[in-house]
Design a protein around this ligand. Structure first.
Ligand SMILES: [Zn+2]
Length: 279
């Protein structure tokens, strides 16, 4: 194991449909919506380049939500869900449905495996250990443009819409409405993923991140995806390679982008992987 450097992936995430990444009901007022959106509990001072802050109550997307969703989609794509089910079966369905715990596959290397028993087991059998999780998904915050636009339309300090959904009683046709809070379509967030290379060929793992982003675009983020919410798109993606020497003040960073979207990134995977051979 030898730290080689890090890929810094910066992106904008745009809500194509209303987005509902959930907060918890307890922190919401009585009489509010049933399904609140997660919001900042305190302002983030001097966040934007012009020195302005992100106000309290602005919606954001936790990195854990993005990471968890991308990982679960990839585990379907790569057959991990199938393998976990084969390993645990119906009798241990709670285990079977958890993230892959093999500690050997690409997903476990990129996203981590928290299972200490598995790692002990691998070490005892003289197998290669997965190493630290390569990818870190940070919280994504709304762009300044988005906050200004939403406040202009919705009012000072307001950044979300409340949408009413109805469940219709099949027999009586009586509607049973519920209120769903969403970040309106068109909102943009800025986020970052940092991918550390700890082993010689770790740069070969980086396409997984972009394949996961592509899969997420064809799925949904947050809740109520089967009812129209959570369609998103990644835009303005910049990939910067910072070699280990960069952090010692010796090396230079190298960049690809900004690229228009995930499709353009996938076209340039060769160029992106090669960044790590530049000093
Ligand atoms: Zn695994």
């Amino acid at each position: 194991m030898k730290y080689k450097g890090s890929f810094i992936i910066e992106y904008k995430l745009r809500a194509i449909t209303g987005l509902r990444v959930g907060g918890s009901r307890e922190e919401f007022d009585i009489g509010g919506t049933d399904n609140p959106v997660i919001k900042l509990p305190v302002e983030i001072p001097e966040f934007y380049e012009d020195g302005s802050s992100i106000p309290k109550e602005a919606p954001y997307i936790p990195g854990s939500s993005i990471k968890g969703k991308i990982r679960s989609l990839l585990e379907w794509v790569y057959g991990n869900v199938e393998r976990m089910y084969a390993k645990y079966g119906n009798a241990k369905i709670d285990e079977a449905g958890k993230p892959c715990d093999c500690g050997e596959c690409e997903i476990c290397k990129v996203f981590g495996t928290g299972d200490a028993k598995t790692l002990d087991e691998l070490a005892k059998r003289g197998k290669e250990l997965p190493g630290p999780p390569r990818a870190k998904f940070f919280d994504a915050y709304p762009t300044k443009d988005t906050l200004e636009r939403l406040e202009r339309v919705l009012g000072k300090g307001l950044f979300t819409e409340v949408k009413t959904e109805n469940q219709i009683n099949r027999i009586t046709s009586k509607a049973n409405p519920r209120k769903v809070e969403r970040v309106p379509a068109g909102a943009e967030f800025e986020g970052r993923i940092v991918f550390d290379c700890y082993k010689e060929n770790d740069h070969e793992l980086i396409p997984i991140i972009f394949h996961g982003m592509k899969k997420l675009e064809d799925n949904f983020l947050g809740g109520y995806g089967s009812r129209g919410s959570g369609r998103i798109e990644f835009r303005e993606i910049t990939i910067t390679w910072r070699p280990a020497d960069f952090y010692k003040g010796l090396g230079q960073e190298h960049k690809v982008g900004p690229l228009k979207g995930v499709d353009e990134v996938l076209e340039k995977l060769g160029e992106i992987k090669k960044l790590c051979s530049s000093g």
